[in-house]
Structures are given as C-alpha cells and as structure tokens.
Design a protein. Structure first.
Length: 202
C-alpha cells in the first residue's frame, strides 16, 4: 500500500510549494509538506502546561461554535496528550491515517510537551496555526480523542480532559497520552515507520 507520512505542529503559517499530483507527500512530525488541497499541520506542545484554564466557561463550551471562541478558550482546548506529535502514515487514495510510535524529534516523551517550543520554527519551519478557519481541513487526521476534533464534530469532551478534571495530570492517568511509549524519529529510518504503526484508534 502506498503510504504518505503525516504530522502536526502549532505555530505560524509558512509558505509551501504546491505539491504535484500523485506525488507521495511527507507531513511528518517534523518536517511536513502540504498534501494536495490540504494545509500542513503540526502540533508541538509547550514545555509546560501553561494553558490558562481557570475562569473558563462550564461545559456549555461544548455548544459554543469554535469560531466564536476567544483565543484563550481556544488554546485551553489542547489536552497535552502529545498524540499529534506522532508521525503518521496516510493512504493517498483513501486518506486513511495510521499513527506510529515514531515521535517528532522535539517531543519530550515524559511531559508530552515540545522541548524547544519557543524556537521550534528553527526546527519545524512548516508549522502552521490550528484555527477555527482551517480545522475543517485538518480534523480528519487529528487524534480521535482530540478536543479540537471532538468539538468540531459536535462531540462532548471526555471526563479526563483538563478542562473537565481540573488537572493536566488526568490525561496521563487515564492512559490517553503518549507518555513513555514513543520512539524518537532520529532513531528510526523513514522506510521503517510502518513497522511502528499503533494498532487501534488514538
């Protein structure tokens, strides 16, 4: 099966070269190249959980259109699981996405945060900003448990989400993060990523 590699990262939009048709595209974690008619996307978590989650609205937020969320509420949706920092393989015909254990070189496996968040664009210049404007293009290859994807689909957040539990640790306690089971991408050749596909839905 002809697979493409895929990834996610939070940053500022960067200009990319339009892809050629029928050309396998890398949108790995990092680097990433754009898919035909798709926006390259990566999510690199900040070194610490600095999301301001106090003073947020109650679970009624789940009924608030994402386009109407103020920036702080939008940022607070990130649960810090680190799944978006895993390299992924995508079938170019079906757009089926398979996650691998091979993680972005900047991911801290213990904290599930980016180790070089402030200067990440030196390593991942293709990072673009996830926003209500582009989530429709991106949601299909985000983790199934991701709050951005869930709310985009009209699905409630899980009880382990920090906005519900009140603590970032709940993501790890629930076994919903990548803590402790990833492999750095610099240790695995790209042609071997398929050997590290994670079974099941993340």
């Amino acid at each position: 099966m002809d697979l493409r590699q895929s990834v996610f990262c939070l940053g500022e939009p960067e200009a990319t070269t339009p892809p050629q048709k029928n050309t396998p595209r890398i949108h790995a974690a990092p680097p990433t190249l754009s898919l035909p008619d798709r926006t390259p996307y990566s999510l690199l978590m900040a070194p610490q959980d600095t999301k301001a989650r106090t003073g947020q609205r109650d679970r009624n937020r789940e009924r608030v259109p994402q386009k109407n969320m103020p920036p702080k509420e939008w940022e607070a949706l990130c649960d810090g699981c680190g799944k978006c920092c895993l390299n992924k393989l995508e079938d170019p015909e079906t757009e089926e996405v398979a996650f691998t254990r091979v993680a972005c070189r900047l991911l801290d496996d213990e904290t599930c945060r980016c180790a070089q968040y402030d200067i990440r664009h030196q390593f991942v210049p293709e990072c673009v900003t996830l926003s209500p404007k582009n989530i429709d293009q991106i949601a299909y290859w985000m983790p199934a448990t991701c709050a951005y994807r869930l709310l985009h689909q009209g699905t409630p957040l899980y009880d382990w989400h920090p906005l519900i539990s009140g603590t970032a640790q709940s993501v790890h306690d629930a076994g919903m993060s990548v803590q402790g089971w990833t492999v750095p991408e610099f240790e695995v050749d790209e042609e071997d990523w398929e050997d590290h596909i994670v079974e099941g839905i993340l």
